[in-house]
Ligand binder design. Structure first.
Ligand code: GLY
Ligand code: MN
Length: 461
């Protein structure tokens, strides 16, 4: 974690614009996977991490706006726990690490919240996403668990988004270190991508690299020769010559700053002509998107630029036809590129997504589209200095989607269906980088990971 002054400053910056009351951050608890004492690896809540730093279960951070006090609630452990877990710092000592002087046992929290509620003081909290937290809030607030979501504090959520979207230099440095670990993950996957190996042999090794050099994977590894399935977590296929391997994987450090990188390589290490054709189009879209990243540019425009590049490239290959700008503006490319160009990255791999995607990614100026493809764009509003975004265009041949569009003769003026048929078994390609918006430009974070056809063929030799 960072030093205490970082968390003190962040909590101070959280307050403007909040009416009085209490701000409550419920940290995460351990989650069992098959019986109570056998738990998943502990993952702290990202908001708790951001404002209170501590990476232990069963902690609550509380800011009393009316009395200008900050508290950590948690239980000191007893000798029974010490036998199993070893000696642990007291809650008071943990609180001091993040600049907090007040601490109390968890059992006192309920009374504090009940008194505040009785006084009619607002209790501000962010959207809970775990059942345990929802039930805990339900108990603290004395309301049915289905009512909890309706009590989320919009002013708090907006302040959290304002702060967490703009990365501090120290955060950028942590994200960048995790891209460097992703370099190791991805180059290892490239070198292992030989015919006959099973996907899980590669995914297991690169997950190990994430754990060894970061702390954990930032999301379950996506690694598949069936890259046309966007989030393919099945790792049971055997690699075969002629297929492409999509690896979408990143890691997070011990206090949760993440990377998220995708590379696609030909099994065996040499691109055939068909693969080269599609790969160059995705690469051009990736580079076009990156080039457009700077403050003041709406990310929706960057998405459209990349989509247009895809339409242009596919038209050159004869897979699409007509005017590429018009095709992309109307959404004809979404048969091949049905997702958004990217998303914010930080303490969450889809940073802040739990806070309400539309509050994070859209505003009065930029309204979210409801059209197929464009509606998947999680973030559309203007970029600002300090934002870290992924740029991840892709081209996929999804047989089921092709069937539907073909049946409907959808966008027949832009899609060359007979040629599409020849690519039905192609799979998919995605290329993803992590990009910082700087004062007047952008910077691709971390050690460059082989991306051109030449670089990939070279490292796979
Ligand atoms: N890396 C997976 C995703 O961005 O959805
Ligand atoms: Mn991503």
């Amino acid at each position: 974690m960072f030093s205490s002054d970082v968390y003190i400053e962040r909590r101070k910056k959280l307050r403007p614009g909040l009416p009085g009351g209490i701000v409550l951050f419920i940290g995460n608890q351990e989650v069992p996977f098959n019986y109570p004492a056998n738990t998943y690896a502990f993952r702290q809540d990202s908001n708790f991490s951001y404002f209170f730093g501590l990476d232990h279960p069963d902690l609550v951070g509380l800011i009393d706006l009316d009395h200008d006090q900050e508290w950590i609630f948690g239980n000191d452990i007893d000798i029974d726990d010490i036998i199993w877990m070893g000696k642990q710092p007291t809650i008071k000592d943990q609180a001091a690490l993040v600049g907090i002087v007040h601490s109390a046992p968890l059992k006192e929290l309920k009374e504090v919240i009940r008194t505040a509620c009785n006084q009619g003081r607002p209790i501000h909290f962010a959207p809970p996403y775990r059942g345990e937290t929802i039930l805990w809030l339900s108990d603290l607030l004395g309301i049915h668990h289905l009512e909890v979501g309706k009590r989320v504090s919009e002013p708090l959520v907006k302040n959290i988004i304002r702060l967490r979207m703009k990365k501090e230099a120290r955060e950028i440095s942590e994200i960048e270190k995790m891209v460097d670990v992703a370099y190791q993950m991805h180059t290892t996957a490239m070198k292992m991508a030989k015919p006959g190996i099973v996907e899980q042999e590669i995914s297991g090794i690169i997950e190990g690299i994430a754990i060894a050099f970061g702390g954990a994977v930032s999301f379950p590894v996506i690694l598949s020769i069936n890259g046309q399935t966007l989030h393919n977590h099945n790792h049971g296929n055997t690699l075969k010559e002629g297929r492409m391997l999509v690896t979408d994987a990143g890691c997070e450090n011990n206090f949760h700053y993440s990377s998220d990188i995708t590379r696609t390589v030909p099994v065996g290490g040499v691109f055939n002509a068909r693969q080269k054709g599609i790969y160059e189009v995705v690469l051009a879209a990736n580079l076009k998107g990156i080039e457009a990243m700077k403050p003041g540019v709406p990310f929706r425009d960057v998405h459209l630029l990349a989509a247009t590049e895809i339409a242009r490239g596919l038209t050159a290959l004869g897979i699409m036809k007509g005017n590429p700008e018009e095709a992309a503006a109307k959404g004809a490319h979404t048969l091949f590129f049905p997702h958004g160009l990217g998303h914010p990255l930080g303490l969450d791999v889809h940073d802040l997504e739990g806070m309400d995607e539309n509050l994070v990614g859209y505003d009065n100026e930029t309204i979210r589209s409801k059209e197929f493809g464009f509606s998947s764009l999680r973030f559309g509003r203007k970029l600002q200095e300090g934002f870290v975004m992924t740029i991840e265009p892709g081209i996929y041949f999804i047989p089921e989607l092709i069937n539907i569009w073909k049946r409907e003769n959808k966008f027949a003026e832009f899609i060359n269906y007979p040629v599409v048929e020849a690519y039905r078994d192609f799979g998919g390609i995605r290329i993803e980088d992590d990009v910082l918006v700087t004062a007047d430009n952008h910077r691709v974070l971390g050690r460059p990971i082989p991306k051109t056809i030449q670089e990939i063929e070279e490292i796979m030799k």
